[in-house]
Design a protein around this ligand. Structure first.
Ligand code: IPM
Ligand code: MN
Length: 353
């Protein structure tokens, strides 16, 4: 008997529930195909729940995930009915910070030539692994507002960079580079303008690089990185950067993958319960119309299987690639299908494999 893996699923807001519903169907099919024993538990969290009873991310839910689950599949958070984004921060950062998921692994892989937007480039030119620090930086919420709402208002938002936090994500990037046989790791920062925080990044990067013979440690300023990614993405294999820059650079990266509907991610702490989610947001204007692209969620579910030590990611990636090649996909990536029909296209490929 296969060991049971318990997976919490959170649809969240906007298109989140629709894409997660497809992710769940696909996971069930893959489990059937390979004999995995998955116990998928749906958690009712998001704007609807918050507006109904004020719940965001209860301690007991966090404890249940930490103690009983093996992974989390999340859709998206953000709803115009909650302009403060209070519930979204509590849930998303409750998972990222609460479970100490320090490594936001975002593969910027273009999976088919048809999706490559750059002239004279092919999908093989964009196969980059981005490691975004996920527990520190400008995201920690340290700061405050003084004289709020007055003409004299002062807003302070601190960027926290710890030696431990910077080191562990840089190590993860180098370990990944080693595991895939990459020859380079780029670290993107702004130490020219931010010498304290990003000076720490640069010093740590140089020090860690010493331990990895045969992998060249290259520095790039993040603004220049945005330029180089468009000019020639093939020069990058592995990129490591801070929380905010990783957020921005991976949206740019998504454009090189065919759009936000194609970019997957894992919020990972090696060896611990980790969370997988599409990089796109909740896209409220697209919600409830059966038009959202479920492929980023399906690819994220594939990453989750690998993290759990289970087979299936390659099959899923190939199924998505095949569907893209045949135009069996949603309109954002050149097809004519709705969300559910795009899920069906993947299911058929799993069944036929
Ligand atoms: C992402 C999102 C989030 C982030 C938002 C919703 C807070 O943009 O996962 O990339 O900035 O991390
Ligand atoms: Mn983002």
């Amino acid at each position: 008997m296969a060991e049971t893996k318990k997976i919490a699923t959170i649809g969240g807001d906007g298109i989140g529930p629709e894409v997660v519903a497809q992710g769940v169907r696909i996971l069930e099919a893959v489990a059937g195909r390979f004999g995995h024993d998955l116990d998928l538990v749906h958690l009712d969290l998001g704007a609807d729940r918050f507006l109904r009873d004020g719940t965001t991310f209860p301690e007991e839910t966090k404890a249940m995930i930490e103690n009983e689950c093996d992974a989390v599949l999340l859709g998206a958070l953000g709803d115009p009915r909650v302009p403060s984004m209070e519930h979204a921060r509590d849930i998303l950062f409750g998972l990222r910070f609460g479970l100490d998921l320090y490594c936001n692994f975002r593969p910027v892989h273009c999976i088919h030539d048809r999706l490559m937007p750059l002239r004279d480039r092919s999908a093989s030119d964009c196969q980059i692994s981005v490691f975004r620090e996920n527990t520190e930086g400008l995201y920690v919420g340290v700061g405050g507002n003084f004289k709020k709402g007055t003409p004299d208002e002062i807003a302070i938002q601190e960027s926290i960079n710890t030696r431990k936090g910077v080191e562990r994500v840089i190590v993860a990037a180098f370990e990944h580079a080693k595991s895939i046989g990459a020859k380079t790791v780029h670290m993107a920062d702004k130490h020219n303008a931010l010498p304290q925080g990003h000076g720490l990044w640069l010093r740590t990067f140089r020090e860690i690089a010493e331990r990895y013979d045969g992998i060249e440690a290259k520095h790039v300023f993040v603004d220049a990185l945005c330029l180089f990614l468009i000019q020639d993405p093939s020069q990058f294999e592995v990129i490591v950067t801070c929380n905010l820059f990783g957020d921005i650079v991976t949206d740019l990266g998504a454009a090189l993958q065919g759009g936000m509907g194609m970019s997957a991610s894992g919020n990972v702490h090696p060896g611990k319960v980790s969370m997988f989610e599409p990089v796109h947001g909740s896209a409220p204007p697209l919600a409830g119309k059966d038009i959202a692209n479920p492929f980023a969620t399906i690819l994220s579910a594939g990453m989750m299987l690998t993290h759990l030590g289970l087979e299936g990611e390659e099959l899923l990636t190939n199924a998505v690639r095949g569907a893209i090649a045949d135009g069996e996909c949603t309109t954002d990536v050149g097809g004519q299908l709705g969300t559910v029909a795009a899920g069906d296209a993947i299911l058929r490929r799993i069944e036929a494999s």
